[in-house]
Write a protein that binds this ligand. Structure first.
Ligand code: GDD
Ligand code: MN
Length: 363
């Protein structure tokens, strides 16, 4: 069934709750890669549906199937990074584990890398011959387009589909880029392209994006938030951590919640002070929840750990509020400039709250 020679192509497949899709995918690879000595590495994050067990059963029958199972961690990009780094083959391909990527494109992706004509090959839904009809709905289409525009501004290469999750790369090139990869969110290709030098040869091949048949998509608002955070981090040359950017964005949402809740309370007849208090309370609760689910999703507080975390957060942020007002007053006293003083106060307040959140609340 298999040759004894080591694989020269590793297909890395991140998967989470794809139990029904893994066996059909291995069969599809088998049919599509007849000419290659391939292996497949599934990187599963301890899916509750038993994906890892299903892969291990396949691996018992087929030595070309491998698994990396991670416990206590989540994330598409970091799963891909670990899968690629586990490979000893000269060429690595990355594809989704839900059968949405057309496996017959694989040969077109890897051939130019084997022949030395390209370093990275991207399967594009937006080249002639490609198709993205598998995107779940109009909303996903719009988001996808917006993301592509945004990404293209930053890219040194004119890629038509920089958000593709389907690509192949020369293993050595990946090694050079690996230390620079942040690995949060979904957009591993974009990160990779931004991390390799300008000399890298990158090309695209058209591919059809199929609809999903079993299981469901994990692309959530959280993932999109991480994407924006990643772009800002990159745009700032890496010195502003993604987490801080997300934290600050959540803070801005908190300000909006505060204003809206205060207004609603006022219009329902509360007096000024009481309305202010209600606004503050809503903003703090909203901020805590959003940070718990988005900014610190990987250290999320649940059950009995929720309350102590919440109380620490409120206490820490109150101190942050005092620091905010203090600094603003100080700058105002020495410079007499209204906007500059509040801006200085706000920056100190956010940084303070971030330090409290990262070191005390979500350790
Ligand atoms: N290990 C691991 N951990 N795998 C994950 C995780 C995770 O946290 N989240 C998702 N995956 C796996 C899924 O099981 C699937 O095999 C693959 O990553 C893609 O996830 P989907 O949830 O199916 O993503 P999608 O179909 O909405 O998005 C695809 O299209 C986007 C462009 O529209 C992906 O290919 C994206 O990378 C791509 O940008
Ligand atoms: Mn999918």
């Amino acid at each position: 069934m298999t040759s004894r020679l080591p694989a020269d192509l590793t297909v890395v497949v991140p998967c989470y709750n794809e139990v029904l899709n893994v066996a059909p995918l291995v069969r599809a690879l088998d049919a599509a890669l007849l000419q290659r000595r391939w292996e497949v590495v599934f990187v599963d994050d301890h899916s509750p549906d038993g994906t890892a067990q299903a892969v291990r059963e396949l691996a018992q029958q087929d030595p070309r199937v491998r698994i990396i199972e991670r416990v206590g961690r989540r994330g598409l990009s970091s799963a891909v990074i670990e899968g690629v780094l586990s490979s000893s083959a000269p060429v690595v391909a990355v594809m989704d584990g839900d059968l949405q990527h057309d496996e017959t494109t694989l040969n077109k992706l890897v051939a130019p890398i084997f022949s030395g004509d390209a370093d990275i090959m991207v399967a594009s839904r937006h080249l002639a011959g490609g198709d993205s009809s598998g995107l779940a709905n109009r909303w996903r289409h719009l988001l996808s387009q917006a993301g592509i525009r945004l990404a293209q501004i930053m890219l040194p290469y004119p890629l038509t589909d920089p958000m593709s999750g389907f690509f192949a790369v020369r293993r050595e090139l990946f090694d050079e880029a690996a230390p620079k990869l942040v690995g949060s969110g979904f957009k591993i290709l974009l990160e990779l392209v931004l991390s390799v030098g300008r000399g890298a040869r990158i090309a695209e091949a058209p591919s059809v994006f199929r609809p999903r048949l079993a299981g469901e998509s994990k692309l959530s608002p959280l993932v999109m938030f991480q994407f924006l955070g990643m772009l800002v981090e990159r745009a700032c040359g890496g010195w502003l951590p993604t987490r801080f950017v997300v934290f600050a964005a959540v803070g801005l949402i908190g300000v909006l919640v505060n204003l809206a809740a205060t207004d609603i309370a006022r219009f329902s007849g509360c007096e000024f002070n009481k309305a202010q208090m209600i606004g503050m309370a809503c903003a703090i609760i909203a901020n805590f929840q959003l940070n718990n689910r988005i900014t610190y999703y990987d250290r999320r507080l649940k059950g009995v750990r929720w309350w102590p975390g919440f109380i620490l957060f409120v206490a820490g942020c109150s101190l942050g509020g005092i620091a905010n007002i203090g600094v603003a007053q100080l700058v105002y006293d020495s410079a007499g400039h209204w906007t500059r003083s509040s801006a200085a106060g706000a920056v100190i307040g956010v940084v303070w709250n971030y330090v409290v959140a990262s070191t005390l609340v979500w350790r």
